[in-house]
Every structure is written in C-alpha cells, then in structure tokens.
Ligand binder design. Structure first.
Ligand SMILES: O=C(/C=C/c1ccc(O)c(O)c1)N[C@@H](Cc1ccc(O)cc1)C(=O)NCCCOc1c(-c2ccc(O)c(O)c2)oc2cc(O)cc(O)c2c1=O
Ligand SMILES: [Ca+2]
Length: 482
C-alpha cells in the first residue's frame, strides 16, 4: 500500500481541494496530463451534511451522511467520467476517505444528495448505520486525551462527530463495500482521514479486504491501492505514527513544519544538507510529504506557522525545494482564496460551487488560486520527473541561507534566502550547454524566456540569484538546454 502506481516518469500529486469532477476531468486533459503530474487527491466523494447554518464551511465535506457518490462536486456518473478521463491522460485519482465517523449534531438533517439522517437516534438510513454501529459508551475526545489516553483518541468522538466502531464486522463490511466500489471505478488509492482516531488493527483488517486495482484502468495485475494515512503526530502524543507506518504510508506533518521554518527565515537553509530521516522523519518510502494542506493552511491546523500561497515568494521557494529533493512522495496543495478560515469554495446564490476560470496566462480566476498552475511550481514537477531516482550530490552552501545541489547528472538547483546576492561559480553536474532557468522562465522555440545558464565542459557555471530577484530559486535540468 506504499506504491502510488503513478504512470512511468511521474512523481507528484496535487490536492484539487473542492474541485468539481467535470472540472478535474478537463484539468487532467488540458494541463495535468501534458505537464507530467502523477495524480490528484479529490475531496470526499461521499454525501456529506449540508451545513447551511455556517454558510457551507469547507469542513462540512468531512461530515459523512452516507456513502452515496453525490456531493457538490458531482454525482456518480460525473465521478466515473473523471476517473476514466484522468487515467487516460496518465493522471491517477486518490480519494479522501472519511471512515472514522459520520456527522455530528448540527441539527441539519439534509445531505447534499437528499439523504437524511437522524443524529439523535444515530440513524443513517442511506448506509444504513444504526446506534450499535457506533462506539459506546458515548464520549468526546478531550484536549489532554491526545497526551494521556490512546484508547479515548480512538473510541471517543472527534469534535463531537459520531464515532464508528470499525471493530464491528458489519461496519467493516460497509466501509470496504464503499472503498471497493471506488476501486472498481478505477481510483488508484485513498487518503485515510483521521487515521489516528482508528485502531491500526481495524484499519489493517479493512485494507486487507480491499480489491486489487482495476486492470481496465491501466493498473498491473495484483496492484494494491496506494494508501496514505492522515496521522497528525508532531511527537509527544499517546498515539504514534509508527503504529501506522507498517500498514501503509503516513502523512509526514513534521516535513511541512520544518520546511516552513527554513524558508520563512526561522532556520538557516544550510541545515537542510541532511533533510530527511535524520530530522526524525519517517522513512522516505513511508512518507507523504507536503508544505501545507487543506487544514493547516488555515492557521489552526498542525504545525504552527505553515507557509501558504499567501506568502508567495517563500512558499514557492519551499515548494521548489520539496520537489527538487528526493525524500518522500510530495503532494501539492491547490486552494481557493479565503479570508474566513471556515469559508467553503466559491459558490453561486444557490450554493453550487463555481468552476475555476482559466485566464489567458493560464492562471486561475473566480476565486481559485491554482498553485499548481504557477510556473515556478509546475516547472519543478517536470524537474522532479527528470531527476527520477537519483540522489543528492555536490551539495554547496555559504554557511547561512545560500544552498545548491545536483540530482545525479540530471538537474541542478540553487536557493538564496540571504539578503545579499548569490553570485558564485558552482558545479552543476550537467553536460556543457546553455540551459534555461525553469523558475524565472521556460524554454520557448530555441530560446529561454528567463535566465540562461551557460555550463562549461567541467560542468561548472556562474550562478546568480539576487536577493531581490522575483524568486529565490534557480533550477536547470536535462532537456531544457537551449
Ligand atoms: O477544523 C475543523 C475540521 C478540521 C479537519 C477536517 C478534516 C481533516 O482531515 C483535518 O485534518 C482537520 N472543524 C472545525 C469546526 C467543527 C467541525 C465539526 C465539529 O463537530 C466541531 C467543530 C473545528 O473547530 N474543529 C475542532 C478542531 C479541529 O479538529 C478536527 C480534527 C483534528 C484536528 C487536530 C488533530 O490533531 C486531529 O487528530 C484531528 O480532524 C477532523 C477530521 C474530520 O474528518 C472532520 C473534523 O471536523 C475534524 C476536526 O474538527
Ligand atoms: Ca474513532
């Protein structure tokens, strides 16, 4: 469950948070496929409670009401269409699976697809789940439970949400039925939301009952679903991510926290020379890495002062480093704009999600940020693909915030977070030639729209990164020589 099954030569996933299925299908064909993206994490496709009293907050999608494939993102037919079109474009689909709980008691009993639920009697007829499918005695997780009591973290309610008993054969059956239907529709795997709130033994039983991936969608025989478990664990809690990393991959929240600290100036970039398990991170093959995610980009999530699109220069620097560095399997966040941390996606007066507009310069409009369409970001997805499974070599730093390294003989990156210019002759590990810097521009016809770096026969080049340049990174790689 640790292999994403990306099409060959692809390495990176993007979380198209709150996108509609039809828009995702189009994005696969017009952008993500051609640009070499490996996969997409989609918002939960199962029916959720419509919380109109809070003006449809983003977290309503994390309050299941049934396992019917009906949400504001689309219906089952649109879901199937998206999966087929994206797989055909070489882009895999990963489903955000909310299997720890159902909804709470918000007094609104209509889902987005028309199902109803009776929270007071703990009844979800469209599944169906009844009272004895939930943990009892009923209890709510308290703050200090995270430190003291692993059993309460699993058996009590998270934020008052009805806590399913995954130890029950019936509940396991309903969960695996839901996930196997998605596998048969062609998805490549799952994000397991709130995994630390479920027993590893129960999760293991559920994973073992999942079908192999659907060979009609280009997966090899016997391919197991890619599973990455959301375990928010920055250390010091009763529940450890190590209980889960033997079952499947785990979200490495320390990664985004530490990288944000380095690129927002709290730590010097030179310390990144041994970034990876030496920093207490999971093994590379076990780690789903990211800078920000849908929860912590809103400030109150795990990791404290996380870099987001709102601090563009530092964020692009951190993302470029994540994509240039071989550790882990990276996921990019693709957001909608928000001022209110509760706000849901852009919607019309009827509560329907508004599609992103694609501007003439290929950026997004209509309230969508589309970080994945920023040149400095999508160009580094291509860099990561070219770097393949090479390691890091020829590391250089200036003892503070100027660093550079090679990926085998495939690519070279440099970063400058000091407030003075980087202007140094460095080893790029590349064959002699004129290379386009993929951060400040791109190769067009036979020229470069941005910086041009001339590499000599010894592989060395004069690398210039001004402290006041628009971006703090520079990257060149094979195939981008002009
Ligand atoms: O802020 C939120 C939602 C956050 C959230 C949602 C999805 C995630 O995947 C996630 O990581 C966080 N929700 C708001 C509003 C809210 C929602 C439901 C509710 O019954 C009460 C309030 C909030 O203030 N939540 C309390 C603090 C955040 O506590 C939540 C966590 C959470 C936070 C920190 C942890 O270390 C941890 O292990 C779990 O995970 C969720 C997962 C869900 O599937 C649904 C949830 O409602 C939540 C969730 O409330
Ligand atoms: Ca639970």
């Amino acid at each position: 469950h640790k292999d994403p099954h990306y099409m060959s030569g692809r390495t990176t996933m993007v979380h198209l948070f709150e996108w509609k299925w039809d828009d995702i299908a189009a994005e696969c064909e017009r952008f993500l496929g051609p640009r070499g993206f490996g996969g997409i994490q989609i918002s939960p496709p199962n029916e959720n409670l419509a919380i109109r009293s809070r003006n449809r907050p983003w977290w309503e999608r994390y309050q299941p009401i049934s396992y019917r494939l009906v949400t504001r993102s689309g219906n089952e037919q649109q879901f199937e269409n998206m999966v087929r079109r994206c797989n055909n474009a070489g882009v895999r689909i990963y489903v955000d699976a909310i299997i720890n709980h159902m909804t709470g008691t918000w007094g609104e009993n209509v889902g987005t697809g028309g199902s109803t639920a009776d929270f007071n009697n703990w009844y979800y007829p469209a599944v169906p789940y009844g009272r004895n499918d939930f943990n009892s005695p009923q209890c709510v997780i308290q703050g200090n439970d995270y430190q003291c009591c692993a059993d309460r973290v699993r058996n009590c309610e998270l934020s008052g949400l009805k806590d399913l008993n995954q130890g029950s054969e019936y509940v396991r059956g309903k969960i695996t039925e839901y996930m196997n239907r998605l596998i048969d529709l062609g998805v490549a795997g799952f994000r397991i939301d709130a995994a630390k709130h479920m027993w590893p033994g129960d999760l293991s039983a559920i994973y073992s009952r999942l079908n192999n991936l659907n060979t009609n969608h280009g997966f090899s025989h016997g391919a197991r679903p890619y599973i990455y478990q959301e375990v928010i664990d920055l250390g010091g809690e009763a529940v450890s991510r190590n209980e889960y990393s033997s079952l499947a991959a785990v979200t490495e929240f320390k990664y985004g926290m530490e990288l944000s600290r380095c690129f927002n100036g709290q730590n010097q970039l030179r310390w990144l020379v041994n970034f990876g398990p030496n920093w207490g991170f999971l093994a590379s093959n076990d780690a789903l890495t990211f800078v920000d995610n849908h929860d912590n980009q809103r400030g109150h999530g795990a990791g404290g002062n996380i870099l987001t699109h709102k601090r563009a220069k530092q964020y692009k620097g951190a993302i470029a480093f994540m994509l240039a560095h071989p550790y882990g399997r990276p996921q990019l966040m693709s957001s909608f704009s928000f001022h209110d941390t509760e706000a849901g996606p852009p919607m019309d007066s009827n509560g329907n999600i508004i599609s992103p507009a694609i501007n003439s310069d290929n950026t997004c409009g209509n309230g969508w940020v589309c970080e994945h369409r920023w040149r400095q970001i999508y160009q580094m997805v291509a860099f990561r693909n070219v770097a393949g499974n090479t390691g890091i070599n020829d590391w250089w730093d200036n003892g503070s915030n100027q660093i550079a390294f090679c990926r085998g003989g495939q690519g070279f990156v440099a970063f400058n977070n000091d407030n003075w210019d980087l202007n140094t002759n460095l080893q790029t590990c590349l064959p002699a030639g004129r290379y386009c810097d993929v951060i400040s521009g791109e190769k067009r016809n036979n020229g470069c729209t941005g910086k041009v770096i001339t590499v000599g026969g010894d592989g060395r080049a004069q690398i210039v990164l001004g402290a006041n340049d628009y971006d703090m990174a520079l990257a060149i790689h094979r195939g981008q020589d002009s």
